[in-house]
Design a protein around this ligand. Structure first.
Ligand code: OOG
Length: 256
């Protein structure tokens, strides 16, 4: 694809997100590198409007979801400050197309990571864990699954909520913690943190690998969303959603 075409795809996705009106998928196939280039351009447009990168998210870290979608690697996207909703807060429905919600685990990175940092350095840099909610929304019309198109669309990232942080030193092992997702007080999905790459801490190793491969930075104060622990649930207008991770507490939001 030509550079001008990549910029045009980024612009179309950006406008779709701003106005809540979906775009057709591109008829030209993109390489994965081109898809990340579109994503970086899309995020750069937000930054130019005064937004700021606040973290990264991984997608398809749940084996079941990856198999369901026929993908064999995880994907990485950017979170920005404008996507963040306070715990217990309200998300205005404007600009959403077909929103879904997933319970996740969040890691807080406490120190900047140099370009040559290894897995152990990243593990040491993580200062806290929290239960989280991610709202995903594909900006495509009649979406036929295509990995490059999802990557270009910033991995469907739309909004996120972080619950109370627990100090990493006192949280213990995060493996095999129960995850629950309730919508309007009814249980909609249950899972385990083990669904995230077999052990959620693998999200750290993976985030480091993916951020190097695709040009993302991991800096002090950034949040890392490790990926869904259950299937995504459609998010109807007016819904009150609450998620919990055993030992880490609860996080909630209202849509509309
Ligand atoms: C892509 C985003 C997937 C996850 O946690 O697997 C994702 C999508 O399903 O639209 O964020």
């Amino acid at each position: 694809m030509l550079r001008d075409d990549l910029a045009a795809v980024a612009q179309a996705l950006d406008l779709a997100q701003q106005h809540g009106s979906p775009v057709a998928q591109s008829s030209t196939t993109m390489t994965l590198a081109e898809a990340y280039e579109v994503q970086h351009r899309l995020v750069a447009r937000r930054i130019a409007r005064g937004d700021r990168v606040s973290g990264v998210k991984l997608g398809f870290t749940s084996r079941a979801k990856a198999v369901q979608m026929g993908v064999d690697d995880v994907i990485i996207g950017s979170l920005t400050e404008a996507m963040r909703i306070e715990d217990g807060g309200r998300l205005a429905p404007h600009g959403f197309i077909h929103p879904r919600i997933e319970p996740e685990l969040a890691y807080l990175i406490g120190t900047d990571l140099p370009a040559d940092a290894d897995d152990a350095a990243l593990r040491r840099a993580v200062v806290a864990f929290a239960p989280a909610l991610e709202i995903i929304d594909s900006r495509y019309l009649d979406f036929r699954f295509d990995l490059e198109d999802v990557v270009a669309d910033n991995t469907s990232a739309a909004a996120y909520v972080i619950g109370p942080w627990t100090d990493a030193a006192s949280a213990g092992d995060l493996d095999n913690r129960g995850v629950r997702l309730e919508v309007d007080g009814r249980l909609h999905a249950t899972g385990s943190t083990a669904a995230i790459l077999g052990h959620p801490d693998r999200a750290l190793t993976t985030a480091l690998r993916m951020s190097r491969a695709h040009g993302f930075e991991l800096r002090a104060g950034m949040v890392l969303l490790a990926g869904a622990a259950t299937a995504a649930v459609p998010l109807p207008q007016g819904a009150h959603v609450e998620a919990s991770v055993t030992g880490l507490g609860r996080v909630s939001m209202r849509f509309g």
